[in-house]
Ligand binder design. Sequence first.
Ligand code: SF4
Ligand code: SF4
Length: 285
Amino acid sequence: MTRSAPPTKEEIRQYAFERGADLCGFVSTARLNTVTPTRYKPSRLWPAAKTAISIGKRFLTGAAKVGITDSIQNGRWISWRTCDLLNTLALDIGHFLERGGQVALPLSSGNMADPDHTNRGVFAELSHRHTAAQAGLGVIGVPTFLVTPQFGPRVYLNTILTETEYEPDPRLDFDPCGTDCDACIKACPHEAIVRGRRTIKKPLCIPHAMPHGARPMRDFILGVMSKTDPKEREAALYDAQFLRLFRATVFGVGTFAGCFFCLEACPIGKDGPAMATPAAGTKQL
Ligand code: SF4
Ligand code: SF4
């Protein structure tokens, strides 16, 4: 059924919450084009877009909890499924907008390959975290992730662009990190978080955050190709890494958000049951 008028902001927000979003905010693309500190600006994707609708889905407390134990693969599975939920949600909102006579472009959460590999992994078409901060969902914290009052950094994001102009939401007056919190810095086993830096240290983080993505796949294939002994080649296909990469290809597990120490450590929004501490010697694969 086609609506006679575009839905209001509150109707869109209500629809997003009914469909499963935990957070939803609005920001003008003009502002995003000015402040987004990456080349992934909305104008690059769609110059006619006027508003970005930012949606967030909580990352389950239990997933962060098991993500720092040997059950990390389960946390990674929940990561990917949370992205899936956000992608479905963005599509639903896009259809909701277009049923109201608007034109909408839902983006993807966590599954665009960076074309020139300068970002070393898989990234979205625009910076969902900066969009969310500008739309009032949270603020960019010390680890350069979005930190929200409700869930701390344990939230995943997606964005829907639309040609319709909506009143932007106010940004948050929220300072979770202050000048001396260092919980996430201390929790990172790879020293990838540095207070005051514009990004995490990607070469130190990405191999752990995206352990079964395109680069590990390429390295695995090159490793098999470099073996001259047919028995060694065959043996490589029985290695656990082959199974992990197979699962990543089919289910997405480990291709995105595969390391959880910093998320688990943040005290903001940590109102669930007490978190487990990593067992001595626990390693991430
Ligand atoms: S995802 Fe892992 S490696 Fe990256 S900053 Fe967080 S704890 Fe460190
Ligand atoms: S652990 Fe502390 S410094 Fe890190 S994001 Fe949370 S509040 Fe900010």
